[in-house]
Design a protein around this ligand. Sequence first.
Ligand SMILES: Cc1cc2nc3c(=O)[nH]c(=O)nc-3n(C[C@H](O)[C@H](O)[C@H](O)COP(=O)(O)OP(=O)(O)OC[C@H]3O[C@@H](n4cnc5c(N)ncnc54)[C@H](O)[C@@H]3O)c2cc1C
Length: 379
Amino acid sequence: MEFGMTDEIVALRRQMRELIAAHVTPSELEKAHETGTNICLPLYRAMGEAGLIRRAVPGVGKGDPLELFTITNELEKAAAPFDAISMVIQLSAVISRVGSQQLQDEVLPRLMTGESLVCFGMTEADAGSDLAAVQTRAERDGDDWIINGSKVWTTMAHVAEWAFMFTRSGERGDGRAGYTTFFIPMDTPGIRIEPIWTMSTERSNTTFFDDVRVPARYVLGEVDQGWKTLSVMLSFERGMGNTAGGIPLLRRFADWAKQSGAIDDPLVRDEMARVAIDNEVSRLLTQRTVWRAAQGELAGVEGSIAKVFATEAYQRAARTFQAAAGPAGTLGFGEPDAAAGGWIDHDARHSIPQTFQGGTSEINRNNIAERHLGLPRTR
Ligand SMILES: Cc1cc2nc3c(=O)[nH]c(=O)nc-3n(C[C@H](O)[C@H](O)[C@H](O)COP(=O)(O)OP(=O)(O)OC[C@H]3O[C@@H](n4cnc5c(N)ncnc54)[C@H](O)[C@@H]3O)c2cc1C
């Protein structure tokens, strides 16, 4: 059995590293931190130009699991602004799987160039884990649909050209049949965006939809069968990325520990070894999820397993390193004496929402218990 990477993957990895080195400049990172908007448009455009976004999207690219993994993993390992492009990759996969040919033709070419960003409009004030409770309504009006309601935590809405929208289109009591998903242009009249500033350094948004009229071609999947589209979306959302936060954290902490002398403490070295092991487990679980997705399969359970393990391990690592760094670990970017230039403080805060955005650890554990272990439903 051959465990090494093929020449093609080695070349892809090199290409990603070169693009990241060229485009993720200190000023791009500073901009991302200042605005709380984790994007790097020059990098995404360069990736688009080189055909790398297309290669990463399951169902659009070659379907080689290692291509998707290599592209997303290189971004994460380098701590390059990753969130926006990973959302593009996920939604492109959904559109290519369930979108009409007309929608695919209109939207996919723009997403593949890295010019166009997307946002996810699922969560509402009273509908987070329980998405069945969404109140945002879509009503048919001739050839159009009219959307009314509001969403919270619509991250990237302020820079997105398109929104994935999960709406109620039927009556209560229709069970899972009364929902419809849309992929709508964000410049449609009637959409308003307000920022939410979070402790995790990230800007998110509340979005309001007042009589937003969209043509029927923006329905994603089948009318009233939005739950099926949502399942596809969630299976691509979990565990394929955002699972390698511990890698740049360990690298930066190790550099700081060497400089500060903390590395001489055997307990600190012990913790670093534990984080390295967790990082390796996260990598293997992510590779398994990516493998399933790249085969065109839904990797729901594998994704939940990877997400729970990797995000909780990242959070543990960040807290441990913050404690080990002492007061310097609580100082942020730009503050003198900040441990690892402020990255320890950043990761201690950034790692908090990772365990609940994209589905909380509890919800993912329910998923694993019911679908993987065959345990009875408790609700
Ligand atoms: C920074 C950030 C960015 C986000 N970005 C987006 C985005 O771009 N688009 C989007 O649509 N959403 C986004 N979200 C929303 C995120 O997906 C939700 O926060 C998450 O799904 C949880 O929903 P909730 O906050 O309403 O919590 P709730 O659902 O109210 O949960 C509260 C607590 O109860 C627990 N709980 C709830 N139900 C159960 C159950 N059945 N069994 C066991 N425990 C349960 C939860 O695990 C949690 O601990 C973002 C959130 C954050 C914080």
